[in-house]
Design a protein around this ligand. Structure first.
Ligand SMILES: Cc1cc2nc3c(=O)[nH]c(=O)nc-3n(C[C@H](O)[C@H](O)[C@H](O)COP(=O)(O)OP(=O)(O)OC[C@H]3O[C@@H](n4cnc5c(N)ncnc54)[C@H](O)[C@@H]3O)c2cc1C
Length: 311
């Protein structure tokens, strides 16, 4: 019911106009999105790096419908990487980029996978020149197979290309085992999308249990796990497991979203952990926020909690 209402709101031009012009909304957006432009993204990146945090930048937008737009998104990332490099912010992977395969062409009616592969390869080459990395975001469950295929193919040339496992999917422990190999950068998150019970766990407790299972596989393996969650219990389990696996602090990282639990980000970094903040920017923020709420009703509570607390 709630989900339907939110999706209807997201599709309404009138609601979009109201939401994007109300000053309070702009304030709320500013807490979660760096701003409309690359200048805004660079300013936020500088501030976070100065605080001892790492950054992954996401140029907002997805479900690109034509090849020119897909190429333009890749061009934006390439320009951004050039500017990060020029400003001395990308070396040693301090600021990297996150890319949605559908933003660079995966869903195109013709040659979608090929177009996405070519665009991601261009972004990876620019990232390498800037001394940093790329992570492929994971979208709806129907995109998991093609996204993992893209990552597998591109890793032949760009072994540090990261990918994402979502613990709400039943397949994820198996994917974790396949991806827990030397040099493999894997972000583990719960998943921000909805899927049928056949492929996904319906209960939050099961999603959390699966997260802990995947976490153990990744931390016990030889890869580079990126632990993306704000969940205090899972963060604490990760710390215990990393110590049990005798992992040095620079062999894994925590990741959180910009604007969520900033004090916890700083606390972990002060304790010697690597902490990366995922920073979205761009004018297409409306869909990012509203779809996040609609895709998974639990995220509404997450969003409202975030407004109430900066803890
Ligand atoms: C860096 C990063 C990258 C991501 N990339 C992807 C991706 O590629 N694909 C994808 O599907 N999803 C992605 N996600 C989203 C993710 O899947 C979840 O939807 C989102 O992170 C919320 O899940 P959670 O693990 O934080 O746990 P939740 O179950 O939402 O929250 C768990 C607990 O965290 C605590 N908490 C959460 N927010 C706050 C707050 N503001 N203040 C205090 N406590 C709080 C509370 O104790 C809460 O009970 C990403 C998330 C992050 C952090």
């Amino acid at each position: 019911m709630l989900r339907r209402a939110l999706l209807a709101a997201s599709a309404s031009e009138r609601v979009r106009r109201i939401v994007t012009t109300v000053p309070l909304t702009r304030d709320v957006v500013a807490r979660f999105v760096a701003g409309d432009t690359a200048d805004d993204a660079l300013a936020v990146t500088r501030r976070l790096l100065d605080d001892g945090l790492l950054v992954s930048l996401d140029y907002l937008g997805e479900d690109t419908a034509d090849p020119e737009q897909a190429a333009a998104v890749a061009d934006e990332y390439i320009r951004l990487l050039g500017r990060l490099d020029a400003a001395g912010m990308s070396g040693s992977g301090r600021a990297e980029v996150s890319v949605k395969p559908t933003a660079v062409g995966l869903d195109l009616a013709e040659h979608g996978e090929k177009t996405a592969r070519e665009n991601i390869a261009r972004i990876c080459a620019a990232a390498r020149a800037a001394g940093t990395t790329v992570t492929l975001d994971m979208e709806e469950h129907t995109r998991v197979e093609p996204t993992l295929r893209l990552a597998g193919q591109l890793r032949a040339d760009f072994p540090d290309l990261g990918c994402v496992i979502q613990s709400y999917l039943r397949r994820s422990p198996e994917d974790s085992r396949a991806l827990a190999v030397t040099g493999s950068r894997v972000r583990l998150c719960k998943g921000a999308y909805n899927a049928a019970a056949g492929v996904a766990f319906p209960a939050r407790a099961e999603v959390d249990r699966c997260y802990a299972r995947c976490l153990r596989v990744l931390l016990d393996g030889p890869g580079y796990p990126m632990i993306a969650t704000h969940d205090p219990r899972l963060i604490s389990i990760a710390g215990v497991r990393a110590r049990a696996a005798r992992r040095p602090a620079d062999s894994f990282e925590y990741q959180m979203l910009y604007g969520i639990r900033p004090a916890e980000q700083l606390r972990l970094a002060a304790g010697g952990s690597r902490v990366r903040v995922y920073v979205p920017y761009g004018s297409d923020w409306y869909g990012y926020l509203v779809r996040r709420l609609a895709e998974r009703p639990a995220n509404l509570a997450f969003f409202l909690r975030s407004l109430a607390s900066r803890g």
